[in-house]
Write a protein that binds this ligand. Structure first.
Ligand code: HMG
Ligand code: MG
Length: 286
């Protein structure tokens, strides 16, 4: 048996948030339900952000209410602040995720706050989540490049990753938001982060805009990272990162892990069926 790698499914959130036209709640529920039997331990299904900023994620409470929860699967929601956390708790999310950036320009554009302000905003979120026993993941965006500032220093990523871990995030997911990170730059970034945060508490979140996501996964595997975010059918992008495409496709990642001798625990036929549901949704939205 190969070493175990967890694929965290992002499609219903990072995927659908970027669709040009909103997708119905029933469509989102159908996608999550198709993904629930695939073998994922975590599926990011909701985002309790301002509907003025990201209209596509409106109705996240109805998505969480409408899905058929499969035991053993954690249904995750993105939250930018306490207001978002309260909404996620009311909707019974199993895990939440806060999101920061390693670059000031993206932080401003994405969440209307400086990096420092965003970290201050997350502190009470972490405290409240701890009180109610809900695990919190942390994202760092723009780990190699920022759409507004260009190349990002590895040390800047390390600082934000360490701050998120220190305030209580059990895992920090490192986002190549633009998919521009070349493997050698991803490696340098990981080198800096690993001086502050251990590999077992990290995840890789590679967008595939330039077709290099799997190479970056390979680099991160070499550095000891064993959790990767991926999006069924490669859905997605970020509304505040113009030109970025989706996360590495879950199907491609699973096949890559098979070929490199890692276990991922997903059933490929069921994943393919979920991928068809995702494609149909995207066609409906186009
Ligand atoms: P703001 O305008 O500065 O917020 O937005 P505010 O506190 O001044 O409040 C303004 C209004 O927003 C108020 O309503 C609040 O109630 C409302 P009004 O009085 O005007 O009617 N509001 C909210 N409504 C619903 N849910 C909330 C919430 N908070 C305030 N949680 C804010 C600041 C953070 C809310 C906004 O900028 C926002 O929602 N940003 C989200 C952007 C986003 O979702 N981006 C995509 C996700 S990040 C990503 O994709 C990257 C990732 O995949 C990793 C990677 O790839 O790098 C994670
Ligand atoms: Mg992303």
């Amino acid at each position: 048996m190969g070493e175990r790698v967890e694929i965290v499914e992002m499609g219903p959130r990072d995927g659908l948030q970027n669709e040009a036209r909103p997708i119905s709640v029933s469509g989102k529920v159908a996608l999550v339900d198709a993904l629930s039997g695939v073998g994922f331990q975590r599926i990011e299904v909701a985002s309790f952000v301002s509907a003025k900023w990201v209209p596509q994620m409106a109705g996240s409470d109805q998505v969480l209410a409408g899905i058929t929860r499969v035991p053993g699967v954690r249904y995750v929601a993105l939250v930018p602040n306490l207001q978002g956390l309260e909404a996620a708790l009311a909707a019974d999310a199993d895990e939440v995720a806060v999101f920061a950036s390693a670059s000031e320009g993206f932080s401003r554009a994405n969440i209307n706050a400086s990096i420092e302000e965003s970290l201050e905003r997350f502190r009470p979120v972490l405290e409240r989540a701890r009180d109610v026993g809900v695990p919190v993941r942390g994202y760092v965006s723009c780990v190699t490049d920022c759409p507004y500032e260009g190349a990002v220093a590895p040390e800047a990523v390390a600082q934000v990753a360490a701050a998120l871990q220190q305030m209580g995030c059990f895992e920090v997911s490192l986002g190549d938001t633009l998919g521009r990170g070349a493997p050698e730059r991803v490696d340098a970034m990981l080198g800096a982060v690993l001086e502050r945060v251990e590999a077992g508490a990290l995840a890789g979140h590679f967008h595939d805009s330039f077709g290099r996501a799997l190479e970056n996964v390979a680099v991160a595997l070499g550095r000891g990272v064993r959790v990767f975010d991926a999006s069924v059918a490669g859905l997605g992008g970020c509304p505040y990162a113009p030109g970025a495409s989706g996360n590495v496709a879950s199907e491609a990642l699973a096949v890559f892990l098979d070929a490199t001798g890692f276990e991922h625990g997903l059933e490929l036929e069921k994943l393919q069926a979920a991928s068809e549901v995702a494609r149909r949704l995207r066609e409906e939205a186009a």
